[in-house]
Design a binder for this molecule. Structure first.
Ligand SMILES: Nc1ncnc2c1ncn2[C@@H]1O[C@H](COP(=O)(O)OP(=O)(O)OP(=O)(O)O)[C@@H](O)[C@H]1O
Ligand SMILES: [Mg+2]
Length: 269
C-alpha cells in the first residue's frame, strides 16, 4: 500500500472574483520510504498540495490518504517545513524545536526534550544559538531552526516546501546530506517518506527517487520521472553522466513548455 495517495484532487480558494481553482484532478502516490520531489512554476499549486497533505486545506473534491486513511486534519505522523519561516516568535530556537518534539513524541521529560532540541540544533549548525529568539536569527538560521524542529519530531512523513530556499550554498549542501541521512534512518531515527517541493531541478534530481512536475493553472501533474542513480550519490559525479544531462534536459524542456515558451531568463528554477 502507498504511504500517501492523492486521488483526483481539486482545490479552490475563494477570492473576490469568485472561486479560484488552484489544483485540478491531481493524482499520484508516494511509496512507503520514498523520497519524492515536486517541481513546477510559481503559482502552480505546490504549497496548496502540501497544505492538503498537512490537513490544513480541505480539497474541493477528490481526496488524499495516508496509510489508506483519508486525511481529515493535521496529524503527529507528519512534520512540515513551510516555505516561509514558521517559528513561534515568542519562543527561543530551542523551545521551538522542543515544542515540535513535545507534539510528536510523548513520554519525554522536559529536560529530555531540551537535550534532543540541542542535538538537532547542532545538526543544522545552530549550536550556541538555542537561546536566541527568531528575530535575533538571520532568515537562513530561522529556516534551519524550523528544519531542526521538523527533523527532531522524527515522524513517518516529512512535508517540505522549498526548505533550503533561504540557505546559502554551503549550508544547503550540509542540509541536503543531513536530510538524506535522516530520511534513511540512522538507528536513532526511523526511515521516512519525504515529499519535497523545490524550484531547483538539480536538487530534485540529487535527492529524489522520483520527480513529479506540476504544471499549468490550475495545477495538474504534467509528468513524472524516476531517478535511478544508486545511493549514496555524489552530486559532482552523477552530474557528469549522460543520464543526468538527459533527465535534466527533459525536466527543463517540460518546465518551459508548461510555461508557454517563456524565455529561459524569465524564470529561474
Ligand atoms: N489564500 C489564497 N487565496 C486565494 N488564492 C490563493 C491563496 N493561496 C494561493 N492562492 C493561489 O493559488 C495558486 C497556487 O498557489 P500556491 O501557493 O499553491 O503556488 P506554489 O506552486 O506553491 O507557488 P510558489 O512556487 O510561488 O511558492 C496561485 O495562483 C495563488 O495565487
Ligand atoms: Mg509555494
Amino acid at each position: 500500500m502507498s504511504k500517501i495517495e492523492v486521488k483526483n484532487l481539486c482545490a479552490e480558494y475563494e477570492d473576490k472574483n469568485g472561486d479560484f481553482q488552484a489544483l485540478k484532478d491531481v493524482s499520484f502516490s508516494v511509496g512507503d520510504g520514498e523520497f519524492l520531489s515536486v517541481v513546477g512554476a510559481s503559482g502552480c499549486g505546490k504549497t496548496t498540495l502540501l497544505g492538503v497533505l498537512q490537513g490544513i486545506i480541505t480539497p474541493s473534491s477528490g481526496s488524499a490518504f495516508i496509510d489508506g486513511l483519508p486525511i481529515t486534519g493535521p496529524g503527529t505522523d507528519r512534520a512540515a517545513v513551510f516555505q516561509h519561516y514558521s517559528l513561534f516568535p515568542w519562543m527561543t530556537a530551542r523551545d521551538n524545536v522542543a515544542f515540535g518534539i513535545k507534539q510528536a513524541k510523548k513520554g519525554l521529560s522536559k529536560r529530555e526534550r531540551h537535550e534532543l532540541a540541542h542535538v538537532f540544533l547542532k545538526k543544522v549548525g545552530l549550536s550556541g544559538f538555542g537561546h536566541k529568539y527568531p528575530f535575533q536569527l538571520s532568515g537562513g538560521m530561522q529556516q534551519r531552526a524550523a528544519i531542526a524542529r521538523a527533523l527532531a519530531m522524527d515522524t513517518d512523513i516529512l512535508l517540505m516546501d522549498e526548505p533550503f530556499g533561504a540557505i546559502d550554498a554551503k549550508n544547503r549542501s550540509n542540509m541536503q546530506e543531513l536530510l538524506l541521512s535522516l530520511w534513511e534512518g540512522d538507528g536513532d531515527t526511523k526511515k521516512k517518506t519525504v515529499l519535497f517541493v523545490t524550484h531547483d531541478i538539480d536538487e530534485a534530481i540529487y535527492l529524489s527517487d522520483r520527480v513529479i512536475m506540476l504544471g499549468g493553472s490550475p495545477g495538474r501533474v504534467a509528468a513524472e520521472f524516476p531517478v535511478r542513480f544508486p545511493r549514496p550519490r555524489i552530486h559532482s559525479t552523477i552530474r557528469k553522466t549522460g543520464e543526468y544531462g538527459s533527465l535534466r534536459n527533459k525536466l527543463m524542456a517540460l518546465f518551459y513548455e508548461e510555461n508557454n515558451g517563456l524565455a529561459e531568463e524569465e524564470y529561474t528554477i
